[in-house]
Design a protein around this ligand. Sequence first.
Ligand code: PXP
Length: 256
Amino acid sequence: MMSRPERIRLGVNIDHCATLRMARYRGYPRLRGEMVEPDPVALALEAERAGADGITVHPREDGRHIQQEDVRELRGTLQIPLNMEMAVTPAMVAFAREIQPHTVCMVPEKRAEVTTEGGLDVAGQYDAVAGAVKALAADGIHSSLFIDPEKNQVEAAARADAAFVELHTGAYANSYYTEEGEEEKERLVRALLHARELGLKVNMGHGINYVNVRPLSFLGGIYEMNIGHSILSRALFCGIREAVREMALRMNGEPA
Ligand code: PXP
């Protein structure tokens, strides 16, 4: 009999809550407080109460959604792990060392850092990435690298001594209802197995929703999925607690 795959953890990406806030309050002197809705920190706490295993945020250089002050507040408030996505820059490495998130996930922010599908080009900018991983490891911060499901990127991530890779599921999600869907899933499976063989823990993220999560839920060997847009979209109708509860069940192949 096949053993049951280990439960996949759910990281809730709350960036789009801040996107909504900035749609009204960009340029305001204060972005927190009773006047300013919606509050991403309050949303994160609701997600935590609903059973999220972690919260993910991406303070971007252009400040388009999550702000550094949100990250500071989250770090002091959350009980569950905080995963901070970041560009590979000295300024962001310094900010991560100040915040001490549980993990960082290094992502591309500029065109030159992006691979064909949109993951971080670890192989192409190996020294910068490996240097950032090393600097953060010295502070006990685990690094995850957001990469396309490609052999050379997986191998570069392992060489750079990252603890995790986060496999970019965008191409899988975009091709879900097309002929390429199955091949994109197979690419993820090959990268997942290869990464595990090399001792990496494997997360997945980008474009995962309540429908396309199902085939992934049966793969086994996935540590965590980071999901934002779909959960926040559903929360508009049923509230964040129900949206989180339902995804946590579905991503583990259970009826919601
Ligand atoms: N993982 C990473 C590395 C991301 O940058 C994002 C946001 O684009 C996500 C996961 C979540 O993607 P989505 O909002 O499509 O669920």
